[in-house]
Write a protein that binds this ligand. Structure first.
Ligand code: FAD
Ligand code: NAP
Ligand code: SF4
Length: 674
């Protein structure tokens, strides 16, 4: 008896049956863009197929050059491009999976000068103004979709997904916001929606009846001038009648100023939208966004809100997500924490995707964890992300590993991160590692700082030092005063914090502390609160689900100053795809973010500063120091003085610009090479 009967139930599509209700959603990894990287793409997708994904959708492939996301991005418009795709379909089929190719025409979101759109309107997130399509041009885009789908079939795909959401070309035709035409392809809703309907009809004609067509329907645009709910339903029905097999849910345009997949978005926050779609449609519908654990997925399906669930990033984090759920091993799932740091942030920086919690993602052929040739005795010191990754990877390879942690619990700084409102998911990484230590047989010694002498006497073949960092104390007069707090004291709740607070340092931790102090409660936000904070209409009664709805963040009554010395916008170093939401969230809660600050001293009455040549006293109850960190590497020096060679990883090696992505990646690579 499984805990997930709905999730693991087959889905009969008429001409084929999917083994379960899990769709691996489309993600652009960068591997799609170069012919030479298709063997890597094939290996990456085949691992997910072997791990049980019911149906995989590839990253977006353009149907023509105009539709490229960026110059020379993945495209399928000519027969000579078919063989590289066969590598993918063969590998997935050999692993027992099914795979659809996503056809993505970027429209005005294209990052190149050849872009096209229904009307020549530049998007706010790209520098290129698109060319407005002529009626002949529209026809040629539709032909490109149909030809691309036919070639996908020839390449062995089980189907295609037509990307109709997120503000790309198809979505641009549908919304009055971007379609200013008054011809057969624009004007009233019927003419604006003709483009997607015609695409689905012509694709169906080109591929025949026994081929999956998923249509990704923009169910909630989250932009002004987006569709109304009635239009969404009308389009869903028309697309269904034109030949779509499955309708997937799209949430939010890329230019929307509402976070839709970041950690601060509650789990399954948009399942209600798919639930409403399902009531109006006959074909299977797919729920999406922030579904990361089997229990969450099962609940959506059991409530009847969807026929399938789409998980994208969770498959980067763990290729065996479905198999672990099916075998009653959900506690072994490496959970996606929705940080975007190694996936979407990489994509937007033009780098290959990977995963913060699983550096093997998209590097399956390069980062291989093989059984060790000789079993070594390995000591790992520090059970933060670096130490945990090093210890479990080494033990997985067969080494005998002892992990020493000074604290009472594993986790290092992740024990602090998980306390930040909107970062509760970080606790899942600790649950994963706690179980992984058991599964791989690591001996864990908690509660005491191990000394160099003990390690030297311990008979270890290798010592890995992952002792992390020490918070930096800046040299500011009065910094040792009673009203000065460390971020550790604040986040662990060791000290009460007053109503008026100045934060020294506006890096990742400064922003997190400001979030912690300005948030009404600590614990994952319920969906209703998230909708209210970001201005989403839960009744779906206005255009785009947002038009005319004011964001209403809750007020804690605290006044917070978030300060940095350098000029320039605070938070510039935060993640590309999430930093803006952190900034906007704090701004709306009234946090003063001030650059160019010179700290003159902490006084009983507050923090004295100079800003733009003007001296000011910020009258605050407390000053919280978030001024960066230094490596905690004393142990490594002591070991060296006793003649014991050690490898340093994570913060112990270098604290500057350290994050968990680097710590885990470095430690995994070190342990894979021991
Ligand atoms: P640490 O996590 O510092 O772990 C070191 C461990 O070693 C500690 O548990 C310590 O107790 C132990 N130790 C030290 N000396 C000894 C000894 N002698 N014997 C035994 N044990 C010892 N990073 C991100 O990538 N994304 C984020 O969103 C993010 N958010 C954060 C939010 C907060 C509030 C904080 C504080 C950090 C955040 N970070 C984030 C940073 C991230 O947590 C660190 O980069 C990461 O934890 C570094 O890992 P590490 O293993 O090198 O060190
Ligand atoms: P950080 O990002 O390097 O920020 C340190 C801050 O302290 C900066 O604002 C810096 O700005 C200031 N500072 C540095 N030296 C100072 C001094 N001597 N006196 C006064 N101010 C000083 O470091 P962090 O905030 O401690 O974060 C640590 C790491 O955790 C980061 O590298 C980050 O990647 C990671 N993290 C990431 C996230 C995330 O959301 N991705 C969240 C939290 C943490 P000025 O020098 O201009 O004053
Ligand atoms: Fe999820 Fe972060 Fe990994 Fe991306 S990098 S897949 S968001 S855990």
């Amino acid at each position: 008896m499984t805990a997930y009967p709905h999730l693991l139930a087959p889905l009969d599509l008429g001409f084929t049956t999917l083994p379960n209700r899990v769709l691996m959603g489309s993600m652009h990894t960068g591997l799609e863009d170069r012919a030479a990287s298709y063997p890597k793409l094939a290996a990456y997708l085949a691992e997910r197929a072997a791990g049980g994904a019911g149906l995989i959708v590839t990253g977006g492939i353009a149907p023509n050059i105009a539709g490229w996301v960026a110059p020379f991005a993945g495209k399928l418009s000519a027969r000579r491009e078919v063989p590289r795709h066969r590598l993918v379909t063969n590998a997935v089929h050999e692993a027992g999976g099914r795979v659809c190719m996503q056809i993505l025409h970027a429209g005005r979101y294209a990052y190149h000068p050849l872009s096209v759109a229904p009307s020549p309107l530049k998007s706010p997130i790209t520098p290129f103004k698109p060319r407005g399509l002529s009626a002949r041009g529209v026809e040629s885009q539709i032909r490109a979709f149909a030809r691309c789908a036919a070639l996908a079939r020839e390449a062995g795909y089980d189907g295609v997904e037509i990307m109709g959401s997120e503000g790309y070309l198809i979505n641009e035709f549908i919304a009055a916001r971007t379609n200013r035409r008054d011809d057969a392809w624009g004007g009233d809703f019927e003419r604006r929606s003709r483009f997607p309907v015609e695409i689905v009809r012509r694709v169906r004609e080109a591929v025949g009846p026994d081929f999956i067509i998923i249509y990704r329907l923009s169910a909630l645009d989250l932009v002004e001038g987006g569709s109304t709910w009635d239009e969404v339903i009308a389009l869903g029905r028309a697309v269904q009648a034109a030949g779509a097999t499955i309708i997937n849910t799209g949430i939010g345009w890329h230019e929307a100023r509402i976070p839709t997949i970041a950690t601060l978005v509650p789990r399954a926050a948009f399942a209600w939208v798919t639930g409403r779609l399902r009531e109006a449609l006959d074909v299977p519908v797919v729920a999406t966004n922030r579904i990361n654990m089997p229990g969450v997925a099962e609940d959506i399906l059991a409530r009847g809100e969807a026929d399938m669930v789409s998980l994208a990033r969770p498959f980067l984090a763990d290729a065996e997500w479905v198999r672990k759920a099916a075998e009653g091993r959900s506690d072994e799932i490496n959970t996606c924490i929705a940080c975007n740091q190694a996936c979407l942030d990489h994509t937007f920086a033009g780098k290959r995707s990977s995963c913060l919690v699983n550096p093997r993602a998209c590097h399956e052929t390069e980062l291989v964890v093989r059984p060790a040739e000789r079993r070594l005795r390995v000591a790992v010191v520090g059970a933060g992300p670096a130490g945990l990754a090093a210890a479990t990877t080494a033990a997985e390879r067969g080494h005998r590993v002892t992990l020493f942690e000074a604290g009472a619990e594993i986790g290092g700084q992740f024990q602090l991160a998980r306390r930040i409102p909107g970062k509760e998911e970080f606790a899942e990484t600790l649950r994963y590692f706690r179980r992984r230590l058991e599964v791989t047989g690591v001996e864990l010694r908690l509660g005491r700082a191990v000394t160099a002498g003990e390690l030297a006497q311990g008979g270890f073949d290798r010592v890995i030092v992952a002792t992390g960092v020490l918070p930096r104390t800046p040299a500011i007069p009065g910094i040792d005063g009673p009203q000065v707090l460390s971020y550790i004291d604040v986040l662990l709740g060791r000290r009460e914090v007053g109503r008026r607070v100045a934060i020294i340092g506006a890096g990742g931790i400064g922003f997190d502390v400001a979030t912690f102090l300005s948030h009404p409660h600590h614990g994952a936000a319920p969906v209703a609160e998230y909708n209210q904070e970001w201005g989403i209409d839960p009744e779906w009664s206005v255009r785009g689900g947002v038009e005319g709805v004011d964001p209403r963040p809750a007020d804690t009554g605290r006044e917070i100053w978030l300060l940095q010395r350098k000029q320039g916008k605070p938070g510039r170093g935060l993640g590309k795809t999430t930093g803006w939401a952190h900034r906007l969230g704090l701004q709306r809660r009234g946090v003063h973010m001030i650059p160019g600050v010179e700290y003159l001293g902490v006084e009983p009455a507050g923090l004295r500063v100079r800003i733009k040549d003007e001296e000011r006293l910020l009258e605050v109850d407390h000053v919280v120091v978030c001024a960066g960190q230094e490596p905690l590497d004393a142990l490594a020096h002591e070991l060296a003085s006793q003649g014991v060679a050690a490898d340093l990883v994570g913060g112990a090696l270098e604290a500057a610009e350290l994050d968990a992505k680097r710590a885990i990646d470095q430690a995994t690579r070190l342990a894979a090479a021991l």
